[in-house]
Design a binder for this molecule. Structure first.
Ligand SMILES: NC(=O)c1ccc[n+]([C@@H]2O[C@H](COP(=O)([O-])OP(=O)(O)OC[C@H]3O[C@@H](n4cnc5c(N)ncnc54)[C@H](O)[C@@H]3O)[C@@H](O)[C@H]2O)c1
Length: 339
């Protein structure tokens, strides 16, 4: 099916949707055919920019059809209903992260993805960030030996963000799940699934937010390795996802905002003295690599491959985030409820 044309609909006319639309435009065999948003001004603007019709009603769009795949870029709280509806209608679906905000919603999407013939992919875009891809390649090649500790962070100042769904006081969007899921997913992708999580959180910066703005979680893995995630959505610094992977033979330092990653391995100078100088691997700076994400999704559709990031992966990342939230509330270690 190599030259098949895949037609896309994008729902949510926001910034991420724009990146996904760029991703579609970069693929010869892909075409954006319509957009959808409940906000008419946004839908109209995007429709004019992209030269495609718009819908205000998602279900009307699904019914009208004329496309094979849907990309969901709407608030996390409605991912479940929109993803399940698109899967039940037989479409391929790429849904933004986090998969959903509760395990109940995640399970419903996983179940619908099993019943559907369509491909379901969750947008855990750190798996496409060049620096993290290179780091995983080095880990998988054995360059740092066995991981004994991995830490990642999601430090991103949200004080300028005022979207009502992020501040919903009922359907809470915890920082560790909303944005912190990037760091949690990265850790899971590289080191596997932690069995237990302990966490503390506080709320000292974003006074008007209904959730804690800082969480530190530590976790243990079946191998004996340890992990740590620091998530702050109120920090006063530039956005970073600095990640350090400590192995028995070496250490990797990487980030979503650095043009290179560092690999430390023991070195000995001419006099036989140990010294530390990292090998540097230049990487492209693409920290929201939706282009690659859409390309992987498209390739899976046209070549009949399995999903590059299936619903289970998104759900299990949320399971760890959920354990972090429960652990910081209970003061006890909690186990993720994996699907
Ligand atoms: N991958 C990343 O790094 C990344 C970055 C930012 C956001 N996100 C995710 O992308 C999604 C969108 O986030 P955002 O920051 O662009 O949000 P946003 O609030 O800027 O945009 C969401 C859009 O969805 C529209 N919308 C709301 N309900 C709708 C409905 N029922 N039908 C159609 N449209 C509807 C809104 O009008 C709005 O235009 C979220 O899931 C978020 O977590 C991912």
């Amino acid at each position: 099916m190599e030259n098949s044309k895949i037609r896309f609909a994008v729902v949510g006319c926001c910034n991420m949707a724009n990146r996904h639309s760029d991703g579609i435009a970069a693929i010869d065999g892909a075409e954006l055919v319509c957009v959808c948003d409940i906000d008419e001004a946004k839908a109209k603007k995007r429709s004019e920019e992209r030269g495609v019709p718009y819908y205000l009603d998602y279900y009307e769009m699904l019914k009208a059809g004329g496309f094979e795949a849907v990309i969901i870029c709407t608030p996390d709280q409605i991912h479940r209903e929109q993803a399940v509806a698109a899967l039940e209608a037989g479409y391929h679906v790429l849904c933004e992260k986090p998969l959903a905000l509760t395990m109940e919603d995640c399970r419903a999407i996983v179940e619908a993805s099993h019943k559907s013939k369509g491909i379901f992919m969750v947008g855990q875009v750190c798996r496409m960030t060049p620096g993290f891809v290179k780091a995983k390649e080095l880990v998988d090649a054995g360059e740092i030996g066995d991981i004994f500790f991995i830490e990642s962070e999601y430090a991103h100042d949200y004080s300028h963000i005022n979207s009502p769904w992020r501040l919903d006081p009922v359907k809470l969007r915890h920082g560790i799940t909303g944005g912190g899921c990037h760091a949690v997913d990265l850790i899971r992708w590289i080191a596997g699934d932690p069995t237990e999580v302990s966490a503390y959180s506080n709320h000292m910066v974003l006074d008007n937010w209904p959730v804690d703005d800082c969480t530190i979680a530590i976790m243990k893995f079946p191998s004996g390795a340890l992990g740590k995630v620091f998530c702050s959505i109120g920090c006063k610094r530039n956005y970073t996802m600095r990640t350090v992977i400590y192995g028995t033979k070496g250490t990797i330092i990487c980030d979503n905002r650095s043009p290179e990653i560092q690999l430390f391995q023991p070195k000995v100078n001419a006099e036989g003295r140990p010294y530390w100088e990292p090998d540097l691997y230049p990487v492209e700076l693409k920290d929201h690599n939706a282009e690659e994400e859409v390309k992987l999704f498209y390739n899976a559709i046209v070549n009949g491959l399995s999903s590059p990031v299936p619903a289970e992966e998104g759900a299990n990342t949320v399971a760890v985030c959920d354990a972090c939230v429960r652990a910081s509330a209970s003061g006890k270690a909690e186990k993720p409820e994996y699907v």
